[in-house]
Design a binder for this molecule. Structure first.
Ligand code: NDP
Length: 253
């Protein structure tokens, strides 16, 4: 059974090459790249965000909580960190965006729901059924786990801080774009994506299993092309855009 699980995951990770390559040519049509037609009926931006993130919030925790797994503090920590991110992303972030009147095509939340359900399934099924005895209190005292937790929390803070800076750029009623400043915007155009990638890198180090690595790879496949698009969009729209700012990774890229 474990071999089939691992094989499915390798196939699933291979599939992540599709968005990674396609998104170099096609910009996912939400936010600044939103299009009026061609991607299905339009729904409100806010509804789209809640819908697309709901499977991420629910699938993984529900699989674990309703499994026969004898849960310990380690499992609760894994779910707690997950919840910390996804309660914000699903139930708080969409209601803080200043995107009044903006829409996204239904195909975006549908694709994201599929991606989030698959990743949630692999993470939950892995912990509850594939490696039920792997995680115990001793796991948390490994230096590797501490590095993972620290990286996750660091990424979470960067992600929240950077999203906050973006959300505060608009006054109530505004929907346009400005150059973001402060925090890691000093170095990169998309520190929110950088923070998110750090978070899931930390999570993969903490769990040290294939589903968590797969989730990280899918996150990079989505966010790397979007960071490249945002960076060139900023440079194309603002003549005074800071020339030394990189796209995603400070000083490097
Ligand atoms: P963006 O940076 O494109 O936008 C975030 C919010 O800020 C939107 O409400 C956007 O409005 C607004 N905004 C962005 N830039 C500006 C600007 N220059 N001036 C004024 N307002 C601005 O992020 P995404 O919407 O792509 O993602 C939001 C969060 O979700 C991020 O934290 C990201 O890490 C996470 N995410 C995670 C994914 C994953 O695979 N794990 C995939 C996608 C996102 P508008 O919508 O009008 O552009």
């Amino acid at each position: 059974m474990e071999e089939y699980f691992a094989l499915s995951l390798w196939i699933w990770m291979g599939i992540s090459l599709i968005p990674l390559v396609l998104l170099q040519f096609i910009k996912a049509p939400y936010g600044r790249y939103s299009k009026g037609k061609g991607w299905g009926p339009l729904i409100s931006n806010r509804t789209g965000w809640v819908l697309m993130e709901l499977p991420a919030l629910l699938v993984y925790p529900l699989i674990v909580l309703f499994s026969p797994l004898a849960m310990n503090a380690c499992h609760f920590l894994f779910l707690g960190l997950w919840g910390l991110h996804y309660i914000n992303r699903t139930l708080i972030f969409p209601f803080r965006t200043r995107t009044r009147g903006k829409k996204m095509p239904i195909s975006i939340p549908l694709m994201a729901m599929f991606f989030n359900s698959m990743n949630g399934f692999f993470l939950g099924y892995g912990i509850a059924y594939m490696f039920p005895g792997q995680y115990d209190l001793a796991w948390l005292s490994h230096p590797q786990s501490m590095v993972g937790i620290a990286l996750f929390l660091c990424g979470f803070l960067i992600n929240i801080d950077s999203d906050n800076r973006l959300l505060n750029l608009r006054k109530p009623g505004e929907t346009g774009y400005k150059i973001p400043w402060g925090g890691l915007y000093k170095w990169v155009s998309c520190p929110n994506y950088f923070g998110e990638i750090l978070e899931w890198s930390g999570y993969a180090i903490l769990l040290w299993n294939l589903p968590a690595v797969s989730f990280l790879i899918w996150t990079i496949a989505n966010l790397l092309p979007r960071a490249i698009s945002h960076h060139s969009w900023y440079k194309g729209h603002f003549a005074d855009y800071p020339p030394k700012r990189k796209a995603l990774i400070p000083y490097l890229f």
